[in-house]
Design a protein around this ligand. Sequence first.
Ligand SMILES: Nc1nc2c(c(=O)[nH]1)N[C@H]1C(S)=C(S)[C@@H](COP(=O)(O)O)O[C@H]1N2
Ligand SMILES: [Mo]
Length: 314
Amino acid sequence: MGWQYLIPPASQITDPKVFQQRRRLLQALPLAGLGLALPQLGQGSEACPAPSAAHSIVPPIAEPASPITPKKYATGYNNYYEFSTDKEAVRILARRLTLSPWELTLSGAVAKPLTLDLDAIAKLCPVERIYRFRCVEGWSMVVPWQGVMLKDIIALAQPLSNARYVRFRAIVNPKEMIGQRHPTLDWPYEEALRLDEAMHPLTLLATGLYGASLPPQNGAPLRLVVPWKYGFKSIKAVQHIELLTEQPTTTWQRAAPREYGFYANVNPEVAHPRWSQRREVPLGQSRKQPTLMFNGYAEQVAHLYQGLDLQQHY
Ligand SMILES: Nc1nc2c(c(=O)[nH]1)N[C@H]1C(S)=C(S)[C@@H](COP(=O)(O)O)O[C@H]1N2
Ligand SMILES: [Mo]
């Protein structure tokens, strides 16, 4: 049997077959902590969509099977340039970031610009997803995220009919983020998606990891997760979401336009100018494994790119 990539919170599970599958998974894998944390997630399950609806967007089984990455790798080897380019230093440095109060603003091409605090986000329908995650540098992991679907947040602001893109902007806080005292990147870190990518049910705003609150080094208190794109799209410490009518440029496009495109879809056929993307090393393992088209989510997202030349729109 393969791996189950979407596990709804226990409170949403009604189909006994799904429940059994999930139980077997939890028993078979080192997920005990996650299982215990599930019932505490969110309050809004009454009003939340039925699990069948959630399942229709992600087949429960995806191949090839991959084990969950041990937490110590996912939380101890981090790209977060606001702190450091030393991946193993980020975990310690990020502890000093003030995570609360935190506000998320939605603005731009919307009918209802708004500001949400973390309590408002916690009231939205909770989701729990085990996703593959692939960094453009060639390492990968499989981790359980908790959070909300980004589409639920964007919907609150009521995008105007001419909105086509969504820009995300991370925090600027050089006092607490010592990497921001240097122009390593053009701060603030900015990312963007097409609106249909942002509204895709796989796209999350994460607030948790491994059944606990999101660690600072992984982008607390709010970070984007777009599992079919290279990791740099999954911007950490998001404070602003802006709906746009034109395609913006992103931080990494400005830093190295030949190396990092707007789309950044995981694609083994499109090499980075300095290395092949055909294979990847799972964190904590030494053997490489093949990289999958759209990081294994082709069935869910390939339709978004019909007619787009993926060699050109990398
Ligand atoms: N604000 C911000 N977000 C960021 C980055 C960053 O430097 N700053 N690095 C990106 C890159 S390159 C990757 S691979 C992932 C790493 O996420 P992780 O540390 O949770 O594995 O975060 C992405 N989000
Ligand atoms: Mo990355």
